[in-house]
Design a protein around this ligand. Structure first.
Ligand code: AMP
Length: 214
């Protein structure tokens, strides 16, 4: 199944995608994660993306389109994939369609996670992750046993540099301006499934699996 997980930053796309990866043998392709890995490795792409990411702005379309095009050609995507954080503009959605059409492929479903803005800010600002194993925590909703330390591997937890309240507001604005119209682009095809992203991880996952069956 070729899936797109769609929704504002902090809606739980990454968390829910990770849960689905555990039950389906398909990879999660997070453009944010790939860009952050490029930044860490100091690649040309990472350096170019950095200035935008640091300000909470979207990275230029062509950079992300080329990056996803390359990733989708990896053999682990043959049985399907979950796109998490892509497409984020209508131009990206059009480019994805063109790429897939050439390969006689298409997107099966677009899952839209909805969460009110107030809760998004609370979720994102409290978010922490392990710099070593990538495990995710939240200072209030999912605190580690020992403050600032990963429960899984004992390494130090860190906050993403764009997870401050000020940058979340910029990212929410980017979402409203550029990304929200992408849902309308897919809606005409009848493949959009909107689910309420408020609630516990398992509760939301229950809604997600139900939505994917219909
Ligand atoms: P995320 O981890 O999905 O919240 O993405 C973090 C940041 O990476 C975003 O604020 C953007 O700067 C950049 N980014 C991730 N995905 C995309 C995309 N599809 N298009 C443009 N920029 C992106």
């Amino acid at each position: 199944m070729n899936l797109i997980f769609f929704g504002p930053p902090g809606a739980g796309k990454g968390t829910q995608a990770q849960k689905l990866v555990e039950t389906q043998a398909i990879p999660q392709i997070s453009t944010g994660d790939i860009l952050r890995a490029n930044r860490r490795d100091g690649t040309g792409l990472g350096l170019e993306a950095q200035t935008y990411m640091d300000r909470g702005l979207l990275v230029p379309d062509q950079l992300v389109i080329d990056m996803v095009g390359a990733r989708l050609q990896d053999s682990d995507c043959e049985g399907g994939y979950i796109l998490d954080g892509f497409p984020r503009t209508v131009a990206q959605a059009v480019a994805l369609d063109e790429f897939l059409e050439k390969r006689d492929s298409s997107i099966d479903k677009v899952v839209v996670l909805t969460v009110p803005d107030g809760l998004i800010v609370e979720r994102i600002v409290g978010r922490r992750s392990c710099g070593n194993c990538g495990a995710g925590f939240h200072v209030e909703f999912k605190p580690p046993a020992k403050q600032g330390v990963c429960d899984v591997c004992g390494s130090e937890l860190a906050q993403r540099s764009d997870d401050t309240e000020e940058k979340v507001r910029v990212r929410l604005n980017e979402y409203a301006q550029n990304t929200a119209p992408v849902a309308a682009y897919y809606k005409q095809r009848g493949i959009v499934r909107e689910i309420n992203g408020v609630g516990g991880m398992d509760e939301v996952f229950g809604r997600l699996t139900e939505a994917l069956e219909n």
